[in-house]
Design a protein around this ligand. Structure first.
Ligand SMILES: Nc1ncnc2c1ncn2[C@@H]1O[C@H](COP(=O)(O)OP(=O)(O)OP(=O)(O)O)[C@@H](O)[C@H]1O
Ligand SMILES: [Mg+2]
Length: 240
């Protein structure tokens, strides 16, 4: 396993997360240590219940930790208060979820514009971001008029339009068929390569490790392995 020297773009240091429901305590994470470099395509892999979403939610400022430290670009997110976390989620992080989470009564273009409007330095034209994800012809369509893969492209465009420091994707292909899922992963990989954005993708599919610059393996609430790929493969060249 690689050494953690605290100089990464993303750093998790001895992170512990306990969920309390009444008298019951569930330790979702313990002794979680890893780092991710700026501009890397990182895959977090592990079985159901391993703690992947908990890690992503803490990194995205959607949940807080019980112990330890999380840093992004030298700033300690885990020390942020509520208002700072709101600003952090709004300005610094783009999210892509398994079930797209688009606003149903807004068009593709309006969904992307909505995200761009609340940002400090959004990408200029929502329409151009949609073109970049291959949906130039579908801007005026509502989510219900688009396929699952197209809706996920809108969700990716929406996240990118915020011009975030970090793109966090939780099982982004979980609801898609094999071919469509591959295309969406290709889009994420190209986005990472072409824009230099740091992209984190959660999956339970270990075949995807081959496409990552960095692979973090989570098991029973902790990181059991972290490795880098010198020659990550194009997702089109991976079969599973
Ligand atoms: N809000 C919560 N309250 C109580 N326990 C929780 C909560 N969220 C997650 N957990 C527990 O924490 C552990 C880790 O859950 P997490 O959602 O991070 O797993 P995961 O790796 O994302 O799994 P999956 O692949 O199924 O999405 C599980 O045991 C889960 O039941
Ligand atoms: Mg999960």
């Amino acid at each position: 396993m690689k050494e953690i020297d605290g100089s990464g773009f993303v750093v998790f240091e001895n992170v512990k997360k306990i969920y309390r429901t009444g008298e019951v305590e569930i330790e979702a994470l313990h002794d979680v240590n890893f780092q991710i470099g700026q501009g890397e395509f990182c895959v977090i892999v592990g079985a159901s219940g391993a703690g992947k979403t908990t890690i992503l939610n803490i990194l995205g400022g959607m949940d807080t930790l019980s112990e330890g430290k999380v840093l992004l670009d030298g700033k300690e997110i885990s020390a942020f208060g509520k208002r700072q976390l709101t600003a952090y989620r709004r300005y610094e992080v783009g999210f892509v979820f398994q079930f797209y989470n688009l606003v149903q009564n807004l068009t593709a273009l309006e969904n992307v514009e909505l995200a761009a409007q609340i940002c400090r330095e959004p990408l200029d034209a929502a329409g151009e971001v949609l073109e970049a994800v291959g949906l130039g012809e579908r801007k005026q369509n509502f989510p219900a008029q688009l396929s699952g893969g197209e809706q996920q492209r809108v969700a990716i465009a929406r996240a990118l339009a915020k011009n975030p420091k970090l793109l966090l994707c939780d099982e982004p292909t979980g609801a898609l068929d094999y071919r469509t899922g591959k295309a969406v992963l290709g889009l994420l990989q190209n986005t990472c390569r072409e824009t230099g954005k740091t992209v984190v993708v959660i999956t339970h599919n270990s075949a995807l490790c081959a496409m990552a610059d960095r692979v973090i393996t989570v098991k029973s609430g902790t990181v059991v392995d972290m490795r880098t790929n010198e020659n990550p493969r194009n997702v089109e060249d991976i079969e599973w």
